[in-house]
Design a protein around this ligand. Structure first.
Ligand SMILES: Nc1nc2c(c(=O)[nH]1)N[C@H]1C(S)=C(S)[C@@H](COP(=O)(O)O)O[C@H]1N2
Ligand SMILES: [Mo]
Length: 427
């Protein structure tokens, strides 16, 4: 930094239209300058602390067995849709993406998708069976599994139905309501390849069929190649045993693949020569094309990103510098680059990627933006390390057809009005 500041040096470098600033503004020029430009919610020059607040006058709460968020965060909850009156336990809840930061989803806020309900599994009575085209069928109980070497990976899970509402409509709800069927955790468990090593594989083995132990037994097929690559029988989520909603006592983690193949409460894996074409993969999770045919087993989740701050339903208090921040991910690999526009796609600037940048994992991006108070359209566009570029709405629709509800990854624009109100728009 140069010591002798001129007025010109105080002007932050604009790197794209409508006020997008260099991603290292805060690093190179410091908060003081940003403060001079007016960071919303900027620090006050009045430096006196509040006088003896209530909580400093008496003893506070004691120790606790399992910590909970502050009561002031009570509003941070999973987002629920309209419950099905006939089957209230069936459906999904969404992660409130607009209330979180960083890349990890707290366990209690991981999205849920249940096809029947959450079984109350006693881990001591639970077994994992691998059979079918294997040399030696085997079953493991929890203590047998716990003796295997484990691996930990941070990976997202995204339901292929995520963002379906944004494909069909332009809902004015919240980013979590529209796109919150995605969450990210550190998952710890045993590589499925270790277990398949023990059973051995017989001739013709080319797919596995995984079955859940809930009342309706979700069934999904996975190519053997994927199963032997990076699939994990996950026992832990962010350090603690997987929550019942996420598959306690064990689930499959199939990195980068659509949520539905991450079979929860998994108790049976059959090695087969052909995919199972189960009810869960013919009645749902196919992509109906315009010619009436459907794509099956489109398992990989495509490159995608969205801005969480600011986002639809929020309101900017006043003009000034804001951090635009969001999430990017790809089932194909790691995020290489996220570009942000503030002028509806006329110009783009590179956002900063908050590390660690991991494959098949949510990646937080950030970029400073100077809002002058005029109308602006913000959007992000992610590019992964295989060169896949997040498509526009039109291109995304062309890819999987207009009718289907799955795999929508179009660019998500937010319009900021002069009032500071943020709305969902098409770009
Ligand atoms: N056994 C079983 N596994 C399941 C499901 C289910 O209903 N039953 N739902 C699937 C779907 S569609 C998704 S998107 C993910 C959701 O995982 P989560 O509930 O842990 O977020 O789990 C998948 N695994
Ligand atoms: Mo799903």
């Amino acid at each position: 930094m140069s010591g002798d500041k001129t007025d010109a040096a105080d002007e932050p470098e604009q790197v794209a239209g409508n006020g997008l600033l260099h991603r290292r503004l805060f690093l190179t020029q410091g908060l003081t300058l940003a403060g001079a430009l007016g960071v919303a919610g900027q620090a006050s020059a009045q430096t006196a602390l509040p006088k003896r607040p209530d909580w400093m006058t008496r003893q506070g709460a004691g120790l606790s067995g399992y910590g909970q968020p502050s009561k002031f965060e009570e509003g941070v909850k999973r987002l629920t849709g309209q419950p099905n009156p006939l089957f209230p336990s069936v459906g999904s809840t969404r992660t409130p993406l607009e209330k979180l930061n960083g890349m990890i989803t707290p366990n209690g806020l991981h999205f849920e998708r249940h096809h029947s309900s959450v079984p109350d599994i006693n881990p001591d009575a639970h077994r994992l069976l691998i059979h079918g085209l294997v040399r030696k069928p085997l079953a493991w109980d929890m203590s047998a599994l716990a003796r295997y070497p484990m691996t930990s990976v941070i990976r997202f899970i995204e339901c292929s139905g995520n963002s379906g509402a944004a494909k069909r409509n332009v809902p004015q709800t919240s980013v979590g309501q529209i796109h919150g069927l995605v969450s990210c955790s550190e998952w710890t468990g045993i590589k499925l390849s270790h277990l398949l090593d023990e059973t051995g594989l017989a001739d013709g083995a080319s797919w596995i069929i995984a079955e859940g132990a809930e009342a309706s037994s979700m069934v999904r097929s996975i190519p053997l190649e994927t199963a032997l690559d990076d699939v994990i029988v996950a026992l832990y989520q962010n350090g603690e045993r997987i929550r019942p909603e996420q598959g306690y006592p064990m689930r499959l983690l199939v990195p980068g693949c659509e949520g539905s193949v991450n079979v929860k409460w998994v108790h049976r894996i059959k090695v087969v020569s052909e995919p199972g074409d189960s009810r869960d993969e013919t009645g749902q999770y196919t992509d109906l094309m315009a010619d009436g045919r459907a794509l099956k087993y489109t398992l990989l989740m495509d490159v995608k990103s969205l801005i969480t701050h600011p986002s639809v339903s929020m309101k900017l208090a006043q003009p000034g510098v804001y951090e635009v921040s969001g999430l990017a991910w790809s089932g194909h690999g790691a995020i290489r680059r996220v570009e942000v526009t503030a002028d509806g796609g006329k110009s783009w600037a590179d956002a900063e990627l908050s590390g660690p940048v991991l494959p098949k994992c949510l990646t937080r991006f950030r970029i400073p933006w100077s809002w002058t108070g005029g109308p602006a359209t913000l959007a992000s566009r992610a590019i992964d390390d295989r060169g896949n570029v997040q498509p526009t709405h039109e291109v995304a629709i062309a890819r999987y057809g207009e009718i289907g509800a799955y795999h929508y990854n179009g660019i998500q624009p937010w319009a900021v009005a002069q009032t500071g109100e943020v709305a969902n728009v098409r770009m």
